[in-house]
Design a protein around this ligand. Structure first.
Ligand SMILES: [Fe+2]
Length: 243
């Protein structure tokens, strides 16, 4: 199984605090049945400026440690990029990258609203042959109030990724209900851990998959798994519709 969103690299952001914690996280990931994980440290201007080069270097180092310790997990480089009006400049300047250098780029919205320049940003990225994946839309306050906003972004060609913990109820029953609504409406394409540590922000993908299987069937679980694989290998992502 592949996890396309994690903060497993040490000392980059509010995720893993040190290499020991990264190793523990890797062990937990393996327990979940994860074989490949994309490290997506935050890239936020003025806060966490984890550029492409740094992420690639840290990914290489972590893989080396895991290899030496015989932990069967492969880490691939990526970023979770907070949207900004200079995002395209950052792309042009090689500061940001797609997930495992694919055309799929993981974007983070502010928590409380969807900036009006978002549609333009999707278009500008598409002009660069990039496809945005919107991270955890189920936690954006404006999308919760008006899911049509997400639908419009998806019509424009974006994909979306729900956090496993949102499905399991970690962020409350409202988030859980809304996440299931997004799956049911075909408004999401990926389930990922967004794991930050071995404590309260762990993996939960296996638990989320059980709930998805119960509500939407085995095909739904397989669809999400295949899409994560398609991202890692730069293949075409599938639309998913389950009723
Ligand atoms: Fe994240």
């Amino acid at each position: 199984m592949i996890d396309i969103h994690s903060h497993i690299l040490p000392e980059m952001d509010d995720g893993s605090g040190n290499i020991q914690e990264s190793i523990e996280m890797a062990r937990k990931a393996v327990e979940q049945g994860i074989t490949d994980i994309i490290a997506t440290p935050h890239y936020i201007k003025g806060k966490y400026e984890n550029d492409k080069e740094k992420v690639e270097e840290e990914t290489r180092k972590l893989n080396q440690v895991l290899d030496e310790m015989d932990i069967p997990l492969k880490v691939w480089p990526g970023q979770e990029i907070r949207i900004s009006d200079v995002l395209i400049d950052d792309y042009d300047n090689n500061k940001i990258m797609g997930l495992n250098a694919s055309r799929y780029i993981l974007l983070e919205l502010p928590l409380n609203h969807v900036p009006r320049y978002m549609e333009r940003l999707i278009y500008d990225l598409q002009m660069k042959r990039m496809t945005p994946i919107i991270a955890h839309p189920e936690r954006n306050l404006e999308i919760i109030k008006n899911p049509q906003l997400l639908k419009e972004l998806i019509w424009k060609g974006a994909y979306s990724q729900i956090t496993a913990g949102s499905i399991t109820g970690k962020f409350g029953w409202r988030t859980k209900r809304f996440s299931k609504f997004l799956v049911h409406s075909g408004l999401t394409h990926f389930i990922a851990s967004d794991s930050h540590n071995v404590g309260n922000r762990g993996f939960q993908i296996r638990e989320a998959n059980k709930i998805i299987e119960k509500s939407f069937g085995k095909d739904a679980v397989n669809g999400f798994k295949e899409n994560a694989e398609n991202v890692l290998y730069g293949k075409r992502v599938k639309e998913l519709l389950f009723h």
